[in-house]
Structure formats: structure tokens, C-alpha cells
Design a binder for this molecule. Structure first.
Ligand code: DOR
Ligand code: ZN
Length: 362
């Protein structure tokens, strides 16, 4: 399809398989933006303060999210920590928790309680394999551990391979993949290894992320050729690659008042996630990286909705759809709480995007 000139399209409700919804007032502001951006199914990250390391904490959090957005299906995760034992995994499976997020200690926001030595968790991974929980990887090594000239993500890829070889039946997601090498590494694994691709990594590169706090995130956007590999993967029709926005809100003041390069990591896309994916793809066509023929209805539906649901063993459709129409709408600069005490800047503020209307199943 010719997205650039297309006036109207209909898509199934998006499944966003990687979201940060925070807590407190920030949560109250962010959770409603899921549906604004066309999402009715979301896989929720556990990097709260304190991190969600017990099943009871996860279930309590899920209750709070459901109270704010009763129409959204929240898939929940535990934060991998020494207290997450094989017994915890059994309890998590019984409670309907679907994944466990591994943060290398010190790699990103709220990862201080993360994993220092992956091998110490092999019993937990074996239990996850047995109970069919998904392992969600923040696939980056610490800066000190990456060889010169290798990105933090590329240096992590051998660990992905080792984990897959050791636990062949464990479903693994390489979250927010950002490099051509990661795309290849995921393709080389069996069908139970997949990867999420964000909206912002379809349009940002290191040249944006270096200097604009609202484009800075972890993993950091890479070279144009890496971005282009992600665009191609997103429209490849390969079900291993599905949408996970990694939308990560931070107070606008923390972004604007930090010294250059010191802003907290995270790009906030949630209120327009579906539209931002479409914008990234449209720009990919304009640059000649992907073609209009790549943008079929089937491939868009697969990437934005069906493949993620399939990987998480959900029905492939929720029955809800989205009507997207060109009406000259522009991305608002920020979202805020009623009192104005919480404000978050939105990625690509001012860009013209499709307007979104829900078509809910009867
Ligand atoms: O940019 C990021 N922000 N990357 C992450 O891994 C965490 C996230 C956050 O929680 O802010
Ligand atoms: Zn994340």
C-alpha cells in the first residue's frame, strides 16, 4: 500500500509486547495512553521502584492497571532477581504471570537489582522452561564488557545463543532489538526465540539519540543501516519479529534539566504508538529501504498485532479494530496530569499522523 497518500486504513487493535507503565501519578497519566495509541494488549515491564520480584507484587500491580484501563489485557512479568526461585516460577505460572524480565545489573533504568551472573539463574530458567514462562532479555552487556568497536547489544548476542542452546524449549524474547546483527542472531535461532521492535528504533539513529534527550534510550539507536535492518524485519512477515514499543515515560523536567548526555533513558511513544510505527515505515519507503509492496495489510497486521499474540499463545485477534484516517492531526508535545504536576514529552511532537478511532467488537 501507498501509506504516504493513503487516507484511511483499518487494522486490528495493536498488541504492544513491551511497555513501561510506572506507578503512582505517572501510572495514572500513562495507562490511559495505551488505548489512545491503539493498544488493547500489553506486556508490562516490572522495573518499578522497588522492582516486582514477588508474584503477589505483580498481581497487585496488575489490579491497579486494570482499574485504570479495564478494556486492556495486561500480560505481566516478574523482575529476575535472586529471590525468583524455581518455586516462585511455579507460583507465577499458577497466577497467570507470563514472563520474567532479565536486566543485566546496571544496564538501564531501575536495573540495580538485576542480574550480575546469568549462570546463577539456570535452575530458574529450567523451571521457566518447564512451566512455559517467557524469558524477556534486556540484551546489552555493561560498557566495560563490550570489546572496542562492538555495540553493547552485539556483545550480548553470544549469550542469547548460549541460553537458547542450553534451554531449547524456553521461549525467549530479545527485547527492543536495535542492530542488523541482532536481527540475524534471532533469525538463526529456533522458532521459540523472537524479538520485539519498537516504533522509535524504526526512525531514530545514533545521530538523533546523541543530542536530543527525547530520542535517548537504552539500547541507544544505532547506525542508519541498523535502523534499516529493523524496518525490513518489521515488514518481512517473519513472525519472530513483533511490536513492543518500549515506551518509557520520564518526567519532562528530568529530560530538559539534565546535562547533555545525562538525561534518563527512555523514549515516550505510547499515545501514538500505532501511528508512529506507520510513520517510521512510511519514511522507510521514502528513503527506498522498503517498498510499497512490502506494506501489505497482512504484514502490518502480523507485525502490529498477530505475531505478538501468537508468540504469547493468545488468540490471534481480540476482535477490536482501529480506524486510521488522515485528518491533519499532529502529535501533541506532551501529556500531563490534571494538576500539571506530571508531564511527559512525546516523541516526534508536531509530526503529522493518522487519527485513530476504535471499532470495538459488539
Ligand atoms: O530506554 C529505556 N528506558 N530502556 C530501558 O531498558 C528501560 C527504560 C525505562 O524504564 O525507562
Ligand atoms: Zn523497556
Amino acid at each position: 500500500m501507498q501509506l504516504k497518500t493513503l487516507q484511511k486504513l483499518e487494522l486490528p487493535a495493536a498488541a504492544d509486547m513491551h511497555v513501561h507503565l510506572r506507578q503512582g501519578e505517572m501510572m495514572d497519566v500513562v495507562v490511559p495512553t495505551l488505548e489512545q495509541g491503539g493498544v488493547d494488549t500489553a506486556f508490562v515491564m516490572p522495573n518499578l521502584v522497588p522492582p516486582l520480584t514477588t508474584v503477589d507484587q505483580v498481581i497487585e500491580y496488575q489490579g491497579k492497571l486494570r482499574a485504570i484501563a479495564p478494556n486492556v489485557h495486561f500480560l505481566m512479568s516478574l523482575y529476575l532477581h535472586p529471590s525468583v526461585t524455581p518455586e516462585t516460577i511455579e507460583k507465577a505460572a499458577q497466577a497467570g504471570v507470563v514472563g520474567v524480565k532479565l536486566y543485566p545489573q546496571g544496564a538501564t533504568t531501575n536495573s540495580e537489582h538485576g542480574v550480575a551472573n546469568i549462570e546463577a539463574f539456570y535452575d530458574t530458567f529450567a523451571a521457566m522452561e518447564k512451566h512455559d514462562l517467557v524469558l524477556n532479555l534486556h540484551g546489552e552487556v555493561l560498557e566495560a564488557l563490550a570489546p572496542e568497536g562492538t555495540t553493547l547489544e552485539e556483545a550480548f548476542l553470544p549469550t542469547l545463543k548460549q541460553l537458547h542452546e542450553r534451554f531449547p524449549n524456553l521461549r525467549i524474547v530479545l527485547e527492543h532489538c536495535t542492530t542488523a546483527a541482532a536481527v540475524e542472531a534471532v533469525k538463526a535461532c529456533g522458532s521459540n526465540v523472537g524479538a520485539t521492535i519498537t516504533a522509535h528504533h524504526l526512525y531514530l539513529t545514533e545521530a538523533d539519540a546523541c543530542c536530543d534527550p527525547f530520542a535517548f534510550c537504552k539500547p541507544i539507536p544505532k547506525k542508519p543501516t541498523d535502523r534499516d535492518a529493523l524496518l525490513k524485519a518489521a515488514v518481512s512477515g517473519n513472525p519472530k519479529f513483533f511490536f513492543g514499543s518500549d515506551s518509557a515515560p520520564h518526567p519532562i523536567t528530568s529530560k530538559t534539566s539534565s546535562a547533555q548526555g545525562k538525561a534518563p533513558a527512555g523514549v515516550f511513544t505510547q499515545p501514538y504508538v500505532t501511528q508512529l510505527v506507520l510513520l517510521g515505515l512510511e519514511e522507510g519507503v521514502e528513503r527506498g529501504i522498503i517498498s510499497e509492496e512490502d506494506l501489505t495489510q497482512e504484514k502490518l497486521e502480523g507485525f502490529l498485532s498477530k505475531f505478538g499474540r501468537r508468540f504469547y499463545k493468545l488468540p490471534e485477534t481480540s476482535g477490536n479494530s482501529l480506524l486510521l484516517e488522515r485528518k491533519g492531526e499532529k502529535i501533541a508535545p506532551s501529556v500531563k496530569s490534571e494538576s500539571g504536576s506530571v508531564e511527559v514529552g512525546v516523541s516526534r511532537a508536531g509530526a503529522e499522523v493518522f487519527s485513530l478511532t476504535w471499532v470495538r467488537k459488539a
